[in-house]
Design a protein around this ligand. Structure first.
Ligand code: A2P
Length: 287
C-alpha cells in the first residue's frame, strides 16, 4: 500500500526466550455447534504495546512429539491497540481446530484447543506483537473509504478496525464495507455488535455459504456478494484512496480477483487494469 502512511509499530518486543506471561480474564463462547467451537478470549497483556490489526504469538505449554517446546502460533488481535484510552484488553477470536486426517484419525490443533480450554486466571505465554502492514493508516490519513473482507475468525482484526473508525476517530465519514463469510448464520461472529453500529456510512453484508446459494446453485461466498453490490462498489474500486483488507481462509485471494474482474467486465472496463489498481491497495492475511 504505497500511497498511505502506516503507523510505526513495535514488533517482537516479547520473544520465545523472553515471553510475556499474561492472565486470561475471560473465555466466552461465540459459536457453540457440534462441529464448531469459537471463543472470545480476553487477556491482561497491557504491558505489550500493540496496535489493532497486529497479531500476538501464543506458546502452548508442554512439548511436541519430538520433545521440543511447541511452536509459536499467531492470532490476530480482535480489539483496539493497547495504548488507546478505554480500549478493551487484548482479545483473541479462536476456533477450536479438530479434524479427521486421511487415515481417519482425529487431529486436534494443539494451541487452539489449549486456548479454547483456558479459564480466567490461567497464565498464557505470549510473544509479539507481530505485523507491520495489516494496519489502518495514521490518524491524519485515516479518512478514506475501506473495503474489509473476512471469512470465519478472519473477522478478528476488523472488529478492532471498526472500533478505531467509529469510536476512536472523530467524525469519520467515508464509506466502510464489511463483507463477512460464514457457513451458517449462527457462525457469524460479532454479528450483533456490527449490526449495532448506527453509522449510515457502514455497510455490513454477509454471505452464508451453506444456507444461501448463487443462481447456478453453488455456495454463496463473499466474492459473489461483492459482485451483487457492484453498483455501490465500482466508484470505490476506481477511487485511488480506497483501501482493501482481507483476512481469513486461503483461497480468498482468488475470490477477490474474481470479484474485481467480474465487476470491471460487467461495466465494460479494462479488468486487468482495475484489478492491478485494486491489488496495489490490498493487504492480505490468509491462512
Ligand atoms: P464453505 O466451507 O461452506 O465452502 P469457516 O468458518 O469454516 O472458516 O468458514 C468461512 C467461510 O468461508 C465459509 O462460509 C466457507 O464456505 C467460506 N469459504 C470457503 N472457501 C472460500 C473461498 N475460496 N473464498 C471465499 N470464501 C470461502
Amino acid at each position: 500500500m504505497s500511497t498511505v502512511t502506516l503507523p510505526v509499530v513495535e514488533v517482537n518486543t516479547y520473544k520465545k526466550a523472553n515471553p510475556l506471561l499474561a492472565k486470561v480474564i475471560e473465555n466466552r463462547q461465540l459459536v457453540n455447534r457440534d462441529d464448531s467451537d469459537v471463543r472470545h478470549i480476553v487477556i491482561d497483556a497491557d504491558e505489550m504495546n500493540y496496535l489493532d490489526g497486529q497479531s500476538v504469538g501464543v506458546i502452548a505449554p508442554g512439548v511436541n512429539e519430538k520433545g521440543n517446546p511447541h511452536a509459536v502460533r499467531l492470532y490476530s488481535i480482535a480489539s483496539l491497540g493497547s495504548r488507546v484510552v478505554g480500549a478493551e484488553k487484548l482479545t483473541l477470536t479462536v476456533k477450536r481446530v479438530v479434524y479427521q486426517n486421511e487415515a481417519g484419525e482425529t487431529i486436534r490443533g494443539v494451541c487452539s484447543n489449549y486456548l479454547c480450554d483456558t479459564k480466567p486466571g490461567d497464565v498464557l505465554t505470549l510473544t509479539g506483537p507481530a505485523g507491520r502492514k495489516f494496519l489502518l493508516p495514521i490518524a491524519e490519513e485515516i479518512e478514506r473509504p475501506y473495503i474489509f473482507m473476512a471469512t470465519g475468525t478472519g473477522i478478528a482484526p476488523f472488529r478492532g478496525f471498526l472500533q478505531r473508525l467509529f469510536k476512536v476517530t472523530k467524525n469519520y465519514q467515508s464509506p466502510v464495507y464489511l463483507f463477512m463469510g460464514a457457513r451458517y448464520r449462527d457462525e457469524l461472529l460479532y454479528d450483533e455488535e456490527f449490526k449495532a453500529y448506527q453509522a449510515p456510512n457502514f455497510h455490513y453484508y454477509t454471505a452464508i455459504s451453506r444456507e444461501q446459494k448463487n443462481a447456478d446453485g453453488s455456495r454463496k461466498y463473499i466474492q459473489h456478494l461483492m459482485v451483487e453490490k457492484a453498483a455501490e462498489l465500482l466508484p470505490l474500486l476506481q477511487d485511488e484512496r480506497t483501501l482493501f483488507y482481507m483476512c481469513g481462509l486461503k483461497g480468498m485471494e482468488a475470490g477477490f480477483d474474481f470479484a474485481i474482474k467480474t465487476i470491471a467486465q460487467n461495466a465494460g472496463l479494462d479488468a486487468g487494469q482495475l484489478l492491478a489498481s485494486c491489488q496495489a491497495r490490498l493487504e492480505t492475511e490468509t491462512y
